[in-house]
Design a protein around this ligand. Structure first.
Ligand code: AMP
Length: 582
């Protein structure tokens, strides 16, 4: 029997969003009221003396700004099996495990059905606006999505990454079908225990259904680039599988073998077609539209720490538009991309005022202090969603329906404008500093700019940076910055030396340049690592329970992250010291 799919009403969703955003301030007050009423019995709120008040003023006066650290005692009680109302009215039975690639260690965050609901609201909103501009037919999505294992904590609480909690929800498939974005791979592939085998089969399914594929997507863009880089390595094997109708012996997981063997029929014609297409391409330019002639766009989060992958993605996508997905986190969704025609570099995200209560700490309040979470929250005075100013930067504070109240997310955003009366945000960076030795202050965004500049020098040799990270080396006086690079070929000594100098010169923060001039910070060091090193780092995080779907390469490796540091150190093939300030 055919499964009934509820019609998606694009106009209705757009209309609803337009109405909600016309009165975003009021919707925010109502959302806060709803969250506080639903969770009035939670011990955390009871102890703060709100006494039933739900207005933003009382909320701000009674409830402190917090980071994850302050919530850990509560979260640990939940994980350990305390089923009383701790953070929420209804006890939390599921936790999300954040990847921990940005903060160093995985964090537990409460998850509940309301968060699934807000996820769907975000997906539907952005889909409606996207589909108005780039309509897709009823077809399939080649989605590089991976679900990590769900496990039980010792207190019996289910835990998995946030994407896993979404993919495992019984409504997920139905909802994605309604959005014409159903993944072309079977569940056994998405939920497979071995990342590489799942990736190989995603590619195989994409090729089998190549004419039906309407879009190519992933949660974060890194997975798309990673998938097609892998395709470059395994495409002939994929063709052989399709030609003979026999699955490669690489695939050893029984459930994946069983389901894929059913899909795979000998099809020499298709295999020859793909083979001809691949050999006809120049350096894989335009691979995606060549393989998937009916794809309308490539979709996934492409801003922030994903920007370094844009160039490669454009290369694979050829003329196909790149559309950045929405803005959110394991802590909850925030905003949707309702201007899909903007290139990712200029993308903004419109806040959904009904999915959480949002506050914004002006960056100027943080600027005179260390902008990290160690700064005392007590002195901060965030503004509400309707009070933000265009052109200003803010750190986001979230109150969500799953037990986070005035939670500092650690992201910096810039207000670019308003959609009706809700702000349109540009993601700027994580708020914490990556590289600092003394008076120098460099963030993820500064590092990204430096790598981009030096990448242009490397491009003169027709080479590119596959991935990168950084480290502060304090083992010798004076301390210095180390940048690790994996590149896709052999570059001359001279060019790499120039790249190293360019990196050093590209950190333009006055604290850095003045310290470099007087040698309070030593010459920047570029360490080249072997091909495949960043794959090893990815595998290390997967081993810790992270999922590829949410993976973000750590852009700075601290001294306590000894395993990753060891992987990098073991794979260094060459080092260069900057002479830029000699
Ligand atoms: P996770 O902890 O895996 O849930 O990742 C959430 C983090 O990913 C956010 O706090 C942001 O730093 C980043 N992120 C999520 N969505 C976007 C986006 N659209 N653009 C840039 N960064 C994003």
């Amino acid at each position: 029997m055919l499964e009934k799919v509820e019609e998606f009403n694009m106009e209705k969703v757009i209309q609803e969003f337009e109405t909600l955003t016309k009165d975003a301030g009021r919707v925010q007050r109502e959302t806060l009221k709803r969250i506080l009423e639903d969770n009035a019995s939670a011990e955390y709120l009871q102890n703060l003396g709100l006494n039933g008040r739900t207005d933003p003023e009382s909320f701000k006066a009674c409830v402190p700004l917090v980071t994850h650290k302050e919530l850990e005692p509560y979260i640990h009680r939940i994980i350990d099996g305390d089923t009383s109302s701790i953070l929420t009215g209804k006890p939390i039975t599921t936790m999300s495990l954040s990847s921990g690639t940005t903060q160093g260690k995985p964090k537990y965050l409460p998850w509940n059905d309301e968060l699934f609901e807000t996820t769907m609201q975000i997906y539907q909103t952005s889909f409606a606006y996207r589909n108005r501009e780039f309509p897709i037919k009823n077809g399939k999505a080649l989605s590089f999505i991976y679900s990590s294992k769900q496990f039980k904590t010792k207190g019996g609480v289910a835990a998995g990454t946030a994407t896993t909690n979404v993919f495992r929800n019984s409504r997920y498939k139905r909802e994605m079908k309604a959005l014409q974005s159903q993944c072309c791979s079977p569940d056994e592939v998405i939920f497979g225990p071995d990342f590489f085998q799942s990736l190989y089969c995603h590619l195989l399914c994409g090729l089998i259904f190549h004419e039906e594929v309407q879009l190519v997507s992933s949660v974060f863009a890194h997975s798309i680039v990673h998938a097609f880089r892998t395709f470059e390595q395994v495409w002939e094997e994929l063709c052989t599988d399709i030609k003979q109708g026999v699955l490669s012996s690489r695939i050893t997981v029984p459930s994946i073998r069983a389901v894929m063997s059913k899909l795979l029929k000998p099809n020499p014609e298709l295999a020859n077609l793909i083979h001809a297409k691949c050999v006809g391409l120049s350096n894989w330019y335009g691979l995606i539209p060549e393989l998937f002639p009916n794809a309308k766009y490539v979709y996934g989060i492409m801003t922030g720490s994903m920007e370094p992958y844009l160039k490669k993605m454009r290369h694979y996508a050829g003329e196909l538009p790149l559309l950045t997905a929405d803005y959110g986190s394991s802590e909850g969704w925030i905003a949707a991309n309702v201007n899909p025609r903007l290139a990712p570099e200029f993308a903004t995200y419109a806040v959904l005022p009904q999915i959480g209560y949002f506050e914004f700490i002006p960056l100027t309040q943080l600027e005179n202090n260390d902008a990290s979470s160690s700064f005392l929250s007590i002195d901060l005075n965030p503004v509400g969603l309707s009070e933000v100013k265009v052109g200003e930067e803010y750190e986001i504070v979230i109150t969500n329906p799953a037990g986070l109240y005035r939670y500092r997310l650690g992201d910096v955003v810039k207000v670019m404008g308003f959609h009706n009366s809700t702000p349109e945000l540009k993601f700027v960076r994580r708020s914490s500093l990556l590289l600092t030795i003394n008076i120098d202050k460099n963030t993820e965004a500064d590092l990204q700019l430096a790598v981009e500049a030096a990448g242009k020098v490397l491009a003169e040799e027709k080479l590119e940076v596959v991935d990168f990270t950084s480290h502060v080396d304090l083992s010798k006086e004076p301390g210095h910055y180390v940048i690790f690079w994996e590149i896709n070929g052999e570059a001359s000594e001279q060019v790499l030396g120039e790249c190293c100098n360019c990196l050093d010169k590209s950190f333009v923060d006055a604290g850095y340049t003045s310290s470099r001039k007087v040698n309070c910070i030593g010459p920047l060091e570029l360490r080249l690592v072997r091909r495949g090193t960043f794959q090893k780092i990815l595998e290390h995080y997967l081993g810790l329970g992270a999922t590829v779907s949410q993976y973000k390469t750590p852009r700075c490796v601290g001294p306590t992250n000894s395993t990753v540091l060891q992987i990098l150190t073991d794979n260094v093939v060459k080092t260069y010291l900057s002479t830029a300030f000699n």
